[in-house]
Design a protein around this ligand. Structure first.
Ligand code: ATP
Ligand code: FE2
Length: 339
């Protein structure tokens, strides 16, 4: 049996996972940095990752019940992300690869989010709504790459939720807190907020400003949270629908941290249903950053004939974009599952 290790360290999460060639997730260990207040300070997060790395690696091997000599390859998120954080993961992976002779693969973090959702869904070629702290991209595979068929023209939807949360005094990450508040706010009714879909794209900054203003004028937080979510997610659903019609894909998935949101998934599933195609909502644990997506992509790349990196040469690439990466190596017919 062959095994691949995945290392994730682009932002708040240091994660290590081990998957087998049969698609079994043998280990999925993480240590998530929670800032004392305010946003993420890259140097502080990197210090956290350096401190926890040895323990997270040990826990992953203990959970998987295999030894380092049984590992075929290691994947690491080498971008996009926060420079100091990326450097920790890349250094750890380079060291492990050199010492144990594991084949090294640099994994595009954004491709990881889409691929983990696709491999869990069992769909071979879906339209993916990738929504996270730093990205809002509606993507589909075309000519060997994930290409963007709709995106935000300004801030990401996760950033919208996190920024609003910070303004009203909630701790990072804001998404899950706003989801809870929104459930309470539904009975209070929808407030009219700026809805902005331009062609295939969306824009959230006007919505953010308006939501903060409404809250500061005395409106109940629950009601603003509900209205903010409804407006932002309806925009995403409209853009996704356009992309689905345009690309004619036969299935839809949500991916990335914001895909943990039930209301968003409900709206996207209705779009899919209207067009007679299936929808897969990424399970919460696999929606946010994790090592599993990196291990799974390393496995795909290795099986797909990608040449391993020279361990002394792989560098963090903070500004990597989704379409920079060739994904001709995509595997179909393999469904990932937990041991
Ligand atoms: P990127 O993938 O763009 O680099 P990231 O790595 O910062 O982003 P992820 O872990 O993929 O982050 O996603 C984090 C985002 O998901 C945060 O903005 C957070 O508020 C949001 N999020 C998490 N849970 C929920 C939820 N239940 N509802 C809405 N948003 C959520
Ligand atoms: Fe992410």
């Amino acid at each position: 049996m062959r095994y691949w290790v995945g290392i994730e360290s682009t932002a708040h999460t240091f994660g290590v996972s081990i998957v087998s060639e049969e698609g079994i997730i043998l280990a999925d260990e993480r240590d998530v940095y929670v800032p004392p207040a305010g946003g993420l300070q890259p140097r502080e997060v990197a210090r956290h990752h350096t401190n926890v790395a040895p323990d997270v690696i040990k826990r992953a091997f203990a959970k998987a019940g295999i030894g380092p000599s049984e590992v075929t390859g290691v994947g690491v998120s080498y971008g996009p992300g926060l420079g100091p954080c990326l450097r920790v993961g890349v250094s750890v992976a380079r060291a492990l690869s050199s010492y144990y002779g594991w084949r090294l693969f640099g994994v595009n973090h954004t491709v990881g989010h889409v691929e983990i959702s696709r491999l869990l869904s069992g769909f071979s070629d879906p339209l993916a709504v990738y929504v996270s702290g730093g990205n809002t991209n509606i993507v589909a595979w075309k000519d060997g790459r994930y290409r963007i068929f709709g995106e935000t023209l300004d801030i990401a939807v996760g950033n919208l939720l996190d920024s609003f949360a910070r303004e009203v005094g909630l701790q990072h990450p804001g998404g899950p807190k706003i989801e809870k508040l929104a459930l309470e706010g539904e009975k209070l009714g929808l407030i009219d907020l700026p809805y902005s879909v331009k062609g295939q794209d969306v824009s959230f900054s006007g919505l953010l400003t308006a939501a903060i203003k409404v809250y500061k004028s005395g409106e109940k937080l629950e009601r603003v949270a509900y209205s903010l979510q409804e407006t932002a997610f309806a925009m995403l659903a409209e853009a996704a629908e356009r992309a689905l019609v345009h690309t004619r894909k036969d299935s839809v998935i949500s991916a990335g941290g914001v895909a943990a949101n039930s209301r968003l998934n409900q709206m996207l599933s209705l779009v899919a249903e209207d067009h007679g195609v299936p929808f897969f909502a990424t399970p919460i644990r696999m929606a946010g950053d994790n090592g599993v997506m990196i291990a799974a992509v390393a496995m795909e790349m290795d099986m797909g004939g990608v040449s391993p990196e020279d361990p002394s040469k792989l560098l963090p690439t903070p500004k990597l974009r989704m379409s920079d990466t060739d994904v001709r190596w995509r595997i179909t017919g393999l469904k990932l599952r937990v041991k």
